[in-house]
Design a protein around this ligand. Structure first.
Ligand code: URA
Length: 191
C-alpha cells in the first residue's frame, strides 16, 4: 500500500508532457488497489479533470450502472485508471507522444495491482494496451493473453451513450467478463 501511495504522489507531480501544463488535477485512478480487475479508459474529460477522479460524468454513470449488473463496483472490487492521467484540451484524443510519456504510469499501476483481468474501455485503451491494430468494432469481447493477464476490450461508455445499438453487444461482453472472473476465482480463490 505504501508503494501505491508513493506511486500516486510521484504521478501527481508529473510534468513529462504538455498536458501537465493545462490540467487542473492529475487523475491517477479510483477503486480498490487490491482488486483483481482493472478497467482502463482513455483520459480524463472536463469533469474528471475538475474532480481528480476517472469517469465521473454521464459516461461514468453508465459505466457504474453496467458494472453493477455483473456485481462490480469502484467502491468494492475493481480499479479504474486511464491511459493518460491529464486531460487533453477540448477532449481531443491523446497524441501518440502523450500516450508514450504517460505509459510508465499505467505499467507501474499494473505491476503493483497485479490484476488477473484488464478491461480496456474503447479504442485508445485497446490499441495502447492490447494491439496497435486492434479494431474495436471487430475485436470487442475477445480475450487476449499477455504476460499471464487476460485482456478484453469493450466499447467506451461514451460510445454507448452516442449509439444505443452497441449496448446489447456490450452486455454480452460483460457477461463473458463475469464468467471469466468467476472461473479465475474458482481456480485460485482469494488470490
Ligand atoms: N473517458 C475516459 O476515457 N476516462 C475518463 O476518466 C472519463 C471519460
Amino acid at each position: 500500500m505504501q508503494k501505491w501511495t508513493q506511486l500516486e504522489e510521484k504521478c501527481r507531480e508529473c510534468s513529462k508532457c504538455e498536458l501537465s501544463k493545462t490540467r487542473t488535477n492529475v487523475v491517477f485512478g479510483v477503486g480498490n488497489p487490491a482488486a483483481q480487475i482493472l478497467f482502463i479508459g482513455e483520459g480524463p474529460g472536463e469533469n474528471e479533470d475538475l474532480k481528480g477522479e476517472p469517469f465521473v460524468g454521464r459516461a461514468g454513470k453508465l459505466l457504474d450502472d453496467m458494472l453493477k449488473i455483473i456485481g462490480l463496483s469502484r467502491e468494492k472490487n475493481i480499479y479504474i485508471a486511464n491511459i493518460v492521467k491529464c486531460r487533453p484540451p477540448a477532449n481531443r484524443d491523446p497524441l501518440p507522444g502523450e500516450r508514450e510519456a504517460c505509459a510508465d504510469w499505467i505499467y507501474a499501476q499494473i505491476e503493483l495491482l497485479k490484476p488477473r483481468i484488464i478491461v480496456c474501455l474503447g479504442r485508445i485503451a485497446a490499441t495502447s494496451m492490447i494491439d496497435p491494430e486492434f479494431k474495436i468494432t471487430r475485436d470487442h469481447g475477445k480475450w487476449y493473453d499477455k504476460d499471464g493477464i487476460r485482456y478484453m476490450a469493450i466499447y467506451h461508455p461514451a460510445a454507448l451513450l452516442r449509439d444505443v445499438h452497441k449496448r446489447p453487444g456490450t452486455f454480452a461482453d460483460l457477461k463473458e467478463l463475469e464468467r471469466m472472473a468467476k472461473k479465475l476465482q474458482e481456480q485460485a480463490p482469494g488470490s
